[in-house]
Ligand binder design. Structure first.
Ligand code: GLY
Ligand code: MN
Ligand code: MN
Length: 431
């Protein structure tokens, strides 16, 4: 049977120097309070390369002089008593049988076994600086390897983050299928939410509604804490308080996406709480929508991430001039960055196992061109707080529109197009 994780381990090995090693630690159980644990979420790199979902595990890849990879897993030991309390454990035997590892050991044996496994390798790749414990462990394991053979050559430490991150940047067929499902679930939840919202409800009620709509479609967890922001709360970019009442004639900005099979989706829609945009709201909305649609058009293998960024900045600058909010010429106001008072974040980010996914944005000293298989968000916004020096009618309006875009050989595919962004379609849905 095809093992997508084994294929990824072999591919990583083919890109690394001969006689090198990779150490990727899995996630530990996290506690919300005392001994009450959060639901377990595996480390993203570990999941990408192993598909193994037990806490306190470590993956070691040994790359030989022919770039062949030996995969060794350290996993929780089989323990029938603990399994009664916490559920199934594969143990080393089950891990080898079901996950295609060449070797597997109890995780309690790692300090004893890893120094011998590292012997004869010139470099150890691991995510440098991600965990103080792993930083310290790596140094101890290397010291121990060296102490066993003083004549052996040095073992250098190298950062695995970019290597694995850039591998994760190009999604394979399996990943694209999972991401399409994650995106569709989230899009359907936004559609249902538009039909459900009414003045007098609370942000918290809407947050619960989204979580229910995600979960009943198979996306049990949110990929990130949802932002459910009524009225001016939308101007707080990372607003997660989600507790205030929703007022008639105000907008609701919801940035919410589910995680499905550990892959994220990330959608923002901004819609009128009573189902009808006011004319100042609509005027700002149309500027953001034009910026978003023109930026999406620029997501193709002919362009790089900065091309879409600049398009969004220029459309928003021109739109703010046309509405009398900025005064001057578009080129001058763009060059001076005047738009940043109202559009202060970037156009988007890579999307994958993490919502702000791994992978570089630069390549060979320049912005990275889009390549087929990448997934990026496109999410311009305009945020006008009540302290802004503008006419009163604009104050308190915060709007963002965000979709998830797959780069294809021909151009791109909007994976979240199921939820409307056109204001007329939104009003029709809400009527
Ligand atoms: N939801 C996180 C983001 O849009 O970046
Ligand atoms: Mn985003
Ligand atoms: Mn978002």
């Amino acid at each position: 049977m095809k093992n997508r994780y084994l294929e990824r381990r072999n591919k990583l090995g083919s890109m690394l120097p001969k006689n090198s090693a990779v150490v990727i630690a899995g996630a530990s159980t996290q506690y919300r309070n005392a001994d009450s644990s959060h639901a377990f979420r595996q480390d993203s790199n570990f999941w990408y390369l192993s598909g193994f979902n037990e806490a306190e595990s470590t993956l070691v890849l040994l790359v030989n002089e022919k770039n062949n990879v030996q995969s060794i897993a350290f996993v929780p030991e089989k323990d029938e008593l603990k399994e009664i309390w916490d559920g199934y454990r594969a143990g080393p035997e089950g891990a080898m049988k079901d996950h295609g590892f060449d070797l597997a050991f109890n995780n309690t044996e790692i300090d004893h076994r890893l120094p011998d496994l590292l012997a004869g390798h010139n470099q150890v790749f691991y995510p440098v600086g991600k965990s103080k414990t792993l930083d310290a462990d790596i140094i101890e394991w290397i010291k121990s390897t060296k102490s066993k053979d003083r004549h052996s050559s040095a073992i250098d430490i190298a950062d695995a983050s970019s290597k694995v991150g850039n591998q994760r940047l190009i999604k394979d067929e399996d990943e694209i299928k999972i991401m399409k499902k994650a995106c569709q679930i989230s899009a359907e939840a936004h559609v249902e939410a538009m039909k459900f919202v009414k003045p007098g409800m609370t942000e918290q009620e809407m947050e619960a509604f989204y979580q229910y709509e995600f979960s009943k479609r198979g996306g049990r967890f949110s990929a990130y804490t949802p932002i459910v922001a009524g009225g001016e709360n939308a101007c707080v970019l990372h607003y997660v308080e989600n507790s205030k009442p929703l007022k008639d004639s105000e907008l609701l900005l919801v940035d919410a996406g589910c995680e499905f099979e550990l892959y994220a989706s990330d959608i923002t829609r901004t819609y009128p709480i009573n189902g009808k945009f006011t004319s100042p709201q609509l005027a700002i909305y149309e500027v953001v929508l034009e910026a978003q649609l023109k930026s999406i058009e620029a997501i193709s293998t002919n362009n790089n991430v900065m091309d879409a960024q600049i398009i969004s900045e220029k459309v928003i600058t021109q739109g703010l001039i046309d509405l009398g909010i900025l005064k001057g010429s578009m080129e001058e106001l763009h060059a001076s960055g005047a738009f940043k008072d109202f559009y202060m974040h970037k156009i988007g980010h890579w999307l994958g196992i993490d919502v702000h996914d791994a992978g570089d944005y630069m390549e060979d000293g320049d912005y990275m061109n889009f390549k087929p298989g990448m997934v990026t968000t496109v999410e311009p916004g305009i945020y006008i707080s009540s302290s802004a020096e503008v006419e009163d009618k604009w104050k308190g309006i915060g709007i963002r529109i965000e979709d998830d875009i797959l780069v294809t050989a021909e151009g791109n595919e909007n994976l979240t197009a199921f939820v409307p962004s056109d204001p007329k379609e939104i009003e029709a849905l809400m009527a």
